[in-house]
Design a protein around this ligand. Structure first.
Ligand SMILES: [Zn+2]
Length: 77
């Protein structure tokens, strides 16, 4: 596990099993499946499909957006 993967996992609770790996779909928030080679992520609910690298990038940017939103909420109060 790289530090990046660990930080993503901390936010999205990605499990570490080697088979039937489930990830959180970035578009509909349902369960998405990671293939056994850890190269592709697919969501059966909305049809989301990306390489695992792209998925990590998407999740990373979503985590950063989330952090920005929390910051904005703090600024309002
Ligand atoms: Zn989906």
């Amino acid at each position: 596990m790289t530090p990046l993967l660990n930080s993503i996992k901390a936010v999205y609770y990605l499990p570490e099993q080697m088979t039937d790996i489930e990830a959180k779909c970035p578009t509909c928030a349902n369960k998405a499946l990671v293939n056994e080679e850890m190269t592709e992520v697919k969501c059966r609910s909305c049809g989301f499909r990306a390489t695992y690298d792209n998925y990590i990038e998407i999740m990373k940017s979503k985590a950063l957006q989330m952090a920005d939103n929390i910051h904005l909420d703090w600024d309002k109060t």
